[in-house]
Design a protein. Structure first.
Length: 179
């Protein structure tokens, strides 16, 4: 289990947006929103590089679940998937800065239970339609994720995965409540 957590965290910690920025001679930590995530990569680098960052960030979460399963079965998969979100949000390669964690969280959820992504997307869209504030919608969706997962699946292990994967997402979105 420890190996799964470490592998997931380190995989999640790879800052693809920053790396793509370096290739373009741009510092995503200082340009745009200053956030090293896919949305800021789209703003600063353009659509194609931004979509590549999004894909790689999704893949981090997805692959972390696969690696975690190899190291520790289902518990390892869930732990590694959540750890990838923590690694993305608090990367040691960026002095514990990072992205907001949505993409690796969705990638991990896709690997664990694809229907969870559809459920969370529906909740996000409902909040977005009501508030017209995407950051609030992401925060509220992530905050409700553990309860939604528990209610939908009835499985405590999946609810704990959703809880630990959503904590960094909620924390990183709190500062953007008024956006």
């Amino acid at each position: 289990m420890i190996r799964a957590l470490i592998a997931g965290y380190l995989l999640g910690a790879v800052p693809f947006a920053v790396l793509f920025g370096l290739l373009s001679r741009k510092n995503l930590l200082r340009e745009g929103s200053g956030n090293p995530g896919a949305l800021n990569a789209v703003r600063v680098l353009g659509l194609v590089p931004g979509l590549m960052v999004l894909f790689l960030d999704l893949a981090k979460g997805f692959l972390a679940v696969a690696f975690g399963e190899a190291f520790g079965g289902v518990p390892g998969a869930l732990a590694a998937g959540a750890a990838a979100v923590w690694g993305h949000a608090y990367s040691p390669f960026l002095f514990f800065r990072g992205g907001k964690g949505i993409a690796p969280a969705l990638g991990a959820a896709l690997a664990v239970r694809p229907v969870l992504v559809a459920l969370l997307a529906l909740v996000f869209l409902i909040f977005w339609a009501a508030t017209r504030r995407p950051y609030r919608s992401a925060l509220l969706s992530a905050a409700l994720a553990p309860l939604l997962v528990l209610g939908y699946s009835g499985r405590l292990d999946l609810a704990l995965f959703a809880l630990f994967a959503s904590l960094p997402v909620v924390h990183r979105h709190l500062k953007d409540w008024n956006r």
